[in-house]
Design a protein around this ligand. Structure first.
Ligand code: ARG
Length: 269
């Protein structure tokens, strides 16, 4: 079938910059990236890092979308990609890495697809192609319950933490100066520093925020509905249209046959 252009990856520095500048998503997200054409081609015609295998890159520190359990990556994204790979007749392989390394792994050709509760963002769209969306999320602010903070306005010039490279940290930039913002390898470490008193707030997606609230109970309070909605999608290497179309088609199929809803219900109560 159609061969496509191999795009020369933009400079790594540029793509990392793009990630760190990712907007605290404001409106206009172009979420539905055109639907699939007919694609009955078997997996042999897909442009993959390794034939017969779909290599998913993720950062498994983001429950309930991806986390480690008994040495295995599980969660909504792992299960969705498992179902999608099955539809495509491919083996799924999951590579767990730092969140901020995902974009480089994709353009550098060590993974086929990012599935990581990954928000569609105009900056990211410059270096990768997003599938159709599959989940709507919102950034949530976590504070200590004794802090008295109740809205984002209370966090002006306060110390805010979050996971490096995420949209949550872009939201933090709206509220406080860069020197007051601290990036962590994962959300859990940021929450530890919040409980230690080293931070005034953590900004993270609503579902992991709920998980942290469940873990720490009354010590933590969630401040919700402060930011725009975000849309999650998977991302493939820029120009990899055959894989993009195939994944969109499989995503449609698992939505139509009930698999998608089952997976979400399994991990999000
Ligand atoms: N939705 C946020 C973003 O795209 C956070 C994603 C973090 N995902 C993860 N697997 N750690 O920036």
């Amino acid at each position: 079938m159609n061969k496509f252009l191999k795009f020369i990856a933009l400079g790594t520095a540029a793509s990392l910059m793009a990630l760190s500048l990712a907007a605290c998503t404001s409106g206009d997200q172009n979420s539905s990236t055109g639907s699939t054409g007919p694609n009955d081609s078997g997996s042999a015609s897909l442009d993959l890092v390794s034939e017969g295998t779909l290599i998913m890159g993720t950062n498994a520190e983001f429950p309930p979308f991806e986390y480690q359990e008994n040495g295995e990556v599980v969660g909504v994204d792992a299960a969705l990609m498992g179902a999608i790979a099955e539809k495509l007749g491919l083996q799924l392989e999951i590579k767990d890495m730092a969140f901020e390394s995902l974009s480089e792994a994709l353009s550098g050709g060590t993974i086929d697809i990012i599935a990581a509760g990954f928000t569609i963002d105009p900056k990211r769209e410059e270096t990768m192609d997003f599938t159709n969306t599959y989940f709507t999320a919102k950034q949530t602010i976590l504070v200590r319950s004794d802090s008295g903070f109740a809205s984002k306005a209370d966090l002006e010039d306060k110390k805010i933490g979050g996971q490096t490279g995420t949209t949550g940290l872009s939201c933090a930039e709206e509220l406080t100066a860069k020197e007051n913002i601290k990036g962590y390898n994962n959300g859990s470490l940021a929450v530890d520093d919040l409980l230690n008193g080293n931070l005034d707030a953590v900004i993270i997606d609503n579902n992991p925020a709920n998980e942290y609230k469940n873990q720490h109970g009354d010590e933590l309070t969630l401040i919700t509905d402060q930011f725009e909605e975000e849309e999650y999608a998977m991302a493939v290497k820029k120009g990899n249209k055959s894989l993009l179309d195939a994944v969109n088609k499989a995503l449609d199929e698992i939505k139509a046959d009930g698999t998608f809803d089952e997976i979400v219900a399994q991990y999000i109560k």
